[in-house]
Structures are given as C-alpha cells and as structure tokens.
Design a binder for this molecule. Structure first.
Ligand code: G3P
Ligand code: MG
Length: 243
C-alpha cells in the first residue's frame, strides 16, 4: 500500500459539500489519489456516506441516522448548506460512491463511523458491498475507525485489509494498541504529535497519519517530523502544488 502525503478528507470538502459524489470528483480533479469518507448505516441498513450522528447540519433534518430510513433522505438536498450551487448533491450510498471511485481510479480510506452497538452491522454491510467491486483490493482500501469492534470485525472477516485506529487522545491510542488488533496505521489528531512520540510509534511499526490539516506550514512541519500523510480539506494541499 502506498499512501500519498495528502488524503482528501471527506472529498475536496473545502470546495464542495463534504462526503458527496461531487466532493470526490473534485478531489480527483485536483489530483488527489486517495480520499477519506465516513460510512454509517440508516435504520433500514443502507450504507451511506455521512459524518454526523444526525442529519441536522447537512440536510436540516434533526433525526438520528440510525433511526432514519434511507427513503426519507435519499432525495434531500445535501449541498445547499455549503453553497446553493450544489443543491443537486445528495447523500450518496456506499455503493454509488464505490462505483464512482472505481471509475475514477480513486483509492479510499473507509472510516467506519460507528458506535459499539452498530459496529458489527456497519462493518459487515460495508464488506458485503465492497466485495462487489473487483477494482478494490487491500492495496487501495484502508479501513479505519475509532471503534475497536469495527476494526476487529474487519480483521476477522477480511483479514487481508489493512487497519487504522483513529484517536484524538493518548488514552484511546493505548487502549487500541492493547487490543488483539494487527494495526497498520494510526490516524491521530495533529496536536498530539511530536518528533518523540512519532519515533516511538514508528519503532513499533505503525504508519502515522494526522487529521485534519489545512494549514500549509503545519503540514510541512508534520512531514518533517515523520508523518506519512495528512487528511486535508484544503484544495491547494490536495493539488500538492505547495509540496
Ligand atoms: O480519519 C480521519 C478523520 O476523518 C477523523 O475525523 O471526525 O473528520 O471523521 P472525522
Ligand atoms: Mg472521517
């Protein structure tokens, strides 16, 4: 697996509504080779690409994702919150998104955005859909999650795929590293990182990724201390023109 220095966080989310097909297309146009996206399950077990617990911010619908059937959100405008010119954007399903990414040749960091209660279902559904796409292999998909059970489920059901633990504090990192998980990478909130702790993680064999980095000089500093990749919304960083 070769991860690029900059991964498009929720697509090109600075210039298009996050986690939509247009955001993934724009990331590709800018030159990104890897995107990051968030997978969740609706009430009727449709895997969709969405970040928040509710649909309030994106659709203006204050309802929990897991309590909402897909039919209720399928045709709702998921772009106007960002800019009226994106009113035709919808919350995509995972299947629609994988179809687009396979066409564009985009590799994907699939974040299983779940809680323990939904971790198994979310992961199994994601793997079932992923299996339908010949284009995707353990070389161009990285699974990540904050939820240990989601990572354990990938490890037991599809052991060839690489796994990344997401954390924004050291107690969660230590908890994750203490599990029986074969981790490839750690996606960490950038303020946690310095040369010393990156060195320790490298000595243990982990790739270290940082989120969410939109400042160019911060990105440079992180690369200089050994970060493998940053997750970024920033169009210029995605185009790599400043790297
Ligand atoms: O995986 C990196 C990043 O996506 C984690 O944070 O909240 O943007 O999903 P979030
Ligand atoms: Mg994410």
């Amino acid at each position: 697996m070769h991860l690029p220095k900059v991964i498009a966080h929720r697509g090109a989310s600075q210039i298009a509504p996050e986690n939509t097909l247009i955001a993934f297309e724009k990331a590709h146009e800018l030159g990104a080779t890897w995107i990051e996206l968030d997978v969740m399950l609706t009430k009727d077990n449709v895997a969709i690409i969405h970040h928040d617990e509710t649909f309030e911010r994106i659709l203006g619908l204050n309802q929990n994702v897991q309590q909402t059937p897909y039919a209720q959100i399928k045709d709702l405008d998921a772009g106007s919150w960002f800019d009226k010119k994106f009113a035709s954007a919808r919350i995509p399903t995972l299947a629609q998104t994988l179809t687009l990414c396979a066409d564009l040749g985009l590799s994907i960091n699939i974040e299983l955005k779940t809680t323990e209660a939904y971790a198994k279902h979310t992961t199994l559904k994601t793997l079932e859909i992923l299996k339908q796409f010949k284009f995707f292999t353990p070389e161009n998909i990285l699974f990540s999650s904050q939820e240990i059970l989601a990572l354990e489920t990938v490890q037991s059901q599809a052991p060839d795929y690489k796994l990344g633990l997401i954390a924004d504090n050291w107690p969660d990192v230590n908890k994750g590293l203490a599990q029986n998980l074969k981790l490839y990478s750690l996606s960490l909130h950038y303020p946690m990182l310095n040369q010393d702790n990156i060195k320790i993680l490298h000595e243990q064999g982990y790739q270290v990724l940082a989120f969410t980095v939109n400042d160019h000089s911060l990105a440079e500093q992180l690369f200089n201390i050994g970060i493998c990749s940053v997750f970024s919304d920033d169009a210029l960083l995605l185009s790599r023109s400043i790297l």
